[in-house]
Design a protein around this ligand. Structure first.
Ligand code: ATP
Ligand code: SF4
Ligand code: MG
Length: 378
């Protein structure tokens, strides 16, 4: 492309983005909207959340990044789902879309819906259409998020007590100060770090593991229905990691919440998750129960991931890593996104992106190889 063509192209992108920002801005500024615009119905009342063809794009200066491009999966009430995939495949963007925390104006939900089963109100809402006022009631209340690095959640200039109590008071505006403090101590006890003077400490006076416990205490202080944990233990050492995971599991059962656990670590998923979703370049390529994914991986990418998982007591010279790179999210091909790295290609792979097909009631995969199995041609 010549410099002139390049300049023209960038100008076109800018114009296109400006139009998009204007379109989205109009909708998002609304503080209120009639219920009929966002109240919806769950496909299955047993689910806490249903992602339905979710598309989240970033309208950047160099083009549209299709970070999440048609993601569909459900999370059942009281269950843990592990979301796995290589760096940049759209895991965090999916969770930020749930929380309504996308970096605007570039980041926008461009299509699809996220149905949330709002049990407190006995109704379902589409989070992608929710006005700000309603979102504020759900975020941090019925849906909580735990980030990888506790310091992104904690403010270094306030004590643990101030932050925990502020969080409790915000969600319980009628609670008396004395009761808020009692609740804060109760939550610290729940996460195993209650001791004299703890409420007066600053975040830097705690260890990484203790800080993450405080963040978990804050996330759970309002009994959320859904906890989104994005790499909650990656910044911690292995023993602390195990303790934090045990804690999450125990607390989740206590409050009967669901967990969406995002991680690179298949070991963590194997230990924690009831269901697994495998993402690749902004799409779900395989999903199923933990048993489906770990014992019957079907997509060549999942099979590759399983090979890259170190097994305890197994001597490997080098950890297997899948050769090649993820395609550029600005310029995604028409065919299967994994094709340039796939060692199992068949003729059909040259064609359109493969549809998600069901191998069993729980197990789904998006790959032409498996289409044959479903049709019984093998
Ligand atoms: N603010 C942003 N502006 C532009 N592109 C973004 C932005 N945030 C994320 N992206 C792009 O969206 C895609 C998905 O990113 P995401 O953060 O969801 O990846 P991830 O799966 O969470 O990766 P990791 O495992 O490294 O955390 C990436 O291509 C990333 O570059
Ligand atoms: S559809 Fe084809 S290229 Fe894609 S993962 Fe399956 S076999 Fe490989
Ligand atoms: Mg991430």
């Amino acid at each position: 492309m010549t410099a002139k063509e390049q300049k023209k192209r960038l100008k076109e992108i800018k114009k296109f983005n400006a139009k998009k920002y204007k379109e989205y801005n109009k909708n998002q500024k609304r503080k209120r909207a009639p219920e009929s615009e966002y109240v919806t119905k769950m496909n299955d009342n047993d689910n806490i959340i249903e992602f339905d063809n979710l598309k989240t794009y970033f309208y950047t200066d160099v083009g549209t990044v299709k970070a999440v491009d048609g993601v569909t999966f459900d999370i059942k009430r009281g269950k843990t789902i592990g979301v796995v995939g290589e760096s940049g495949c759209g895991k965090s963007v999916t969770s930020l879309s749930v929380m309504g925390l996308l970096q605007g104006p570039t980041g926008q939900v461009a299509g699809g819906s996220i149905r949330f089963n709002q049990l407190s109100k006995n109704r379902a809402v589409d989070l992608t259409k929710l006005p700000i006022k309603e979102y504020e009631k759900i975020r941090g209340n019925e849906i909580s998020m735990i980030f990888q690095e506790p310091m992104t959640t904690l403010n270094p200039v306030f004590t643990i007590g101030d932050q925990l109590m502020e969080c409790i008071a915000l969600h319980n505006p009628d609670m008396k100060k004395k009761d808020v403090e009692a609740r804060a101590l109760e939550t610290l006890e729940m996460v195993g770090i209650k001791r004299d003077g703890m409420l007066d400490l600053y975040p830097h006076e705690l260890s990484g593991g203790m800080r993450q416990r405080v963040v978990i205490a804050m996330a759970l202080s309002c009994n959320p229905q859904l906890i989104i944990a994005d790499e909650p233990t990656t910044a911690l050492d292995v023993t602390i990691q195990a303790q934090i995971l045990d804690l999450l599991r125990e607390l989740k059962d206590k409050i009967n919440a669901s967990i969406m656990l995002i991680t690179h670590d298949l070991g963590v998923v194997a230990e924690m998750a009831d269901y697994v979703v495998v993402m690749y370049a902004g799409r779900v390529v395989e999903q199923g129960t933990a048993d489906d994914i770990f014992h019957h991986p079907s997509h060549p990418y999942t099979i590759g991931l399983m090979k890259s998982k170190p097994m305890l007591g197994e001597q490997v010279e080098r950890l297997y890593s899948i050769p090649g790179n993820v395609p550029n999210p600005i310029n995604l091909p028409e065919h299967c996104y994994f094709k340039n790295r796939c060692e199992m290609c068949v003729d059909k792979c040259e064609g359109a992106y493969p549809e998600l097909i069901s191998l069993s009631e729980t197990h789904k995969v998006s790959c032409y190889l498996r289409e044959k199995e479903v049709k019984g041609e093998n």
